[in-house]
Design a protein around this ligand. Structure first.
Ligand code: PHE
Length: 471
């Protein structure tokens, strides 16, 4: 007898789990500094347009493919058309690398949470390490020295242990299952995360001199120079960040939607996910910019924004240790719920394609990811002499997952949904005609033209092809 597939149990649980995947370091750390670097309100506005047009369309496509295909990424594409299952395999590979790369980063959030309890963030030097880690995460500049950060160097070298701890926590959650494991954890952690952010926003807004930050955040400020060039840069950054932030292009939303009830409205659920993800990013800005201005810090400083600002703030604040703890706790929650979602792509695949029990699939894949993640950590320490295509192990995973994988898979999913399978997916979106929407034609053309164009552009610039061509 065929095994009965697990399910989310309720629409709210599905929405919270999908939002839990989307809401991550991208919202709390990356979004505010991107706003700061790209002219405040101008970026915010552009981001909103892109998220609600392109991001929303691709999210709808992933949800519809997953629910129509009723299975792991490979099975979902196979159900819709046998020869397209290759896209499913690509999703699984990208997710495997992304998990091995994200785990060490999530491990750092955990480590800093533990450190914060010990009051370490009242020590001026402690914040610098964190800044470097997250700068390295996106290959950005180290704000304290101005140099580009190469890997996690000595920091991660000593810490695969935290990556392993956070992986073990995530694997236990996954092994328990969709409804009772991932579903329950998200129903608890997401409201908690929201609560902590609200507390930190109130703290930020009540700081003396903070209102200048609100003005900066919510009114347009273009850097001097050509407005058109600025606009182009702002929109490119907004585009890449929209895919990253919504967790689209990895097969995650597709896998989660395969466990969704046939009666639910995909459009309504997707709207919730996009709104919640955007809301948390917006609130992160509200929590940070007033503090930046209250303490006379520089809003355009880049990746270090959160990690030099927040500790500075905590140091000067009454009860700083507790706020530091809450902040890193929120970061850890956000990271765990995202890590779980990437692992789930690979584990559901192993469970269904290789006919393994959930338990065996979880730990078989778990061991592989633990090894890959430890290698990434050691690659920044004792194994730093190992180079793959000129990159250390950790940077190599990032390159495969983010620079190549997401734009490529994003292109495939959009073309597949827009040109090949639109009628079938329209049925899925309208629950076989029970629901009706007036914007199916614009959706079709966004998937056919706009989204692939955006992804191909991101692929060319992110993969380094552009510099090869232009040099
Ligand atoms: N969406 C997450 C964020 O905003 C990033 C992420 C993408 C995490 C894909 C897991 C998988 O931080």
């Amino acid at each position: 007898m065929a095994k009965i597939r697990d399910n989310w149990g309720s629409r709210a649980t599905f929405i919270l789990a999908a939002a839990g995947s989307a809401i991550g370091l991208g919202n709390i750390w990356k979004f505010p500094y991107m706003v700061g670097n790209n002219g405040g309100f101008a970026f915010l506005l552009m981001y909103l347009i892109i998220v609600f047009v392109v991001g929303f369309s691709v999210l709808l496509a992933e949800f519809a493919i997953g629910r129509a295909g009723q299975g792991n990424a490979v099975q979902a594409f196979r159900t819709l058309g046998k020869k397209y299952k290759i896209i499913g395999y690509l999703c699984v590979i990208v997710a495997l690398f992304m998990a091995s790369f994200y785990a060490p980063v999530a491990g750092w959030a955990l480590k800093y949470m533990i450190w914060s309890i010990s009051g370490l963030f009242t020590d001026a030097n402690a914040s610098i390490g964190y800044e470097k880690i997250f700068g390295a995460y996106m290959g950005m500049k180290d704000v304290s020295t101005g140099n580009t950060i190469q890997g996690l160097s000595s920091f991660l070298g000593s810490s695969p242990a935290f990556a392993v701890i956070i992986l073990l926590i995530s694997l236990v959650i996954i092994q328990i299952g969709i409804k009772n494991g991932i579903g329950k954890v998200n129903t608890v952690l997401m409201p908690l995360l929201f609560g902590i952010i609200i507390i930190l926003v109130i703290r930020g807004l009540t700081l003396k001199g903070g209102h200048a930050g609100i003005v900066y955040y919510l009114t347009p400020h273009f850097k001097e120079g050509n407005i058109l060039v600025n606009l182009l840069k702002v929109s490119t950054d907004a585009l890449t960040h929209a895919f990253f932030s919504l967790s689209i292009g990895y097969g995650i939303m597709l896998t989660y939607a395969s466990y969704m009830s046939k009666e639910d409205s995909i459009v309504r659920s997707a709207t919730w996910v996009v709104v919640l993800d955007t809301l948390i990013a917006f609130l992160a800005g509200l929590m940070i910019f007033p503090a930046v201005f209250a303490y006379h810090l520089e809003p355009t400083q880049g990746p270090g924004l959160v990690f030099s600002t927040m500790p500075t703030l905590f140091k000067q604040m009454a009860g700083g240790t507790i706020f530091a703890f809450l902040f890193f706790l929120a970061l850890t929650f956000a990271a765990i719920t995202s890590l779980v979602s990437i692992l789930e792509v690979v584990i559901t695949f192993a469970e269904e394609e290789w006919k393994l029990s959930r338990k065996v699939a979880t730990w078989a894949i778990g061991i592989v990811v633990i090894i890959l993640a430890v290698l990434a950590g050691l690659g920044n320490g004792p194994l730093s002499n190992i180079q793959i295509v000129g990159k250390g192990i950790f940077d190599f995973y990032d390159y495969i997952a983010e620079a190549l994988g997401i734009p490529f898979v994003g292109t495939c999913i959009s073309l597949f949904a827009g040109w090949i399978m639109f009628d079938r997916l329209e049925k899925e979106l309208t629950n076989n005609g029970q629901l009706s929407y007036g914007w199916m034609i614009p959706l079709k053309w966004t998937l056919r033209i706009i989204s692939p164009a955006v992804c191909i552009y991101a692929f060319i610039t992110g993969s380094g092809l552009w510099s090869l061509v232009s040099s």
